[in-house]
Every structure is written in structure tokens, then in C-alpha cells.
Design a protein. Sequence first.
Length: 94
Amino acid sequence: MDNPAMPVSLEQLVTISGGVLEGDGNHLVDGVATLHDAHSHQVAALTNGRYRNEVANSRAGCVILGENDAEAVAANRIIHPDPALAFAKVIRYF
């Protein structure tokens, strides 16, 4: 989903989504997308383990995921006990 939202830093975004940010808190994002379609200015989420293989090829600026999947992402990530809930909060923000 591309939309003209004001960019927000990941440091600010984690206050909306909850969870723990690992990565560059100054990185700016301005929307959400799927793991497959995301670009560096967007947030994606891994809410179902069957899509774990898509994380490695994702260009998302940040991935929201659970602690069990945290090692699947080397880039910016928000680790949350309920990644679907955290992603819903981010979607609502944008």
C-alpha cells in the first residue's frame, strides 16, 4: 500500500506498535506492505511462520515479527509477542 503519509522514524513507530526495536531507530517509514511487495520505506509483518522464507527476500524497511522468528531478519525489526496486533496498530496509524 503506497500512501502519502508523513514519514515516521522506527523509534517513533515502536511507541505506536509496542514491542522491542532492533535496528536503526532513525530509519523513516511511511506505509505498510506485504513482505513480498514492501520497499525500504515500508513496514511489513511476519504473522504466520509459513511465510518465513519470504523474509530473506523482503526489501521492507522494517519487519514486525515474533521472538521465535527474530533470527530470520537481519535488518530493522520490531519484536512483539503478538505481531499481528502490532501490525494492525501500524496499519491504523498509516
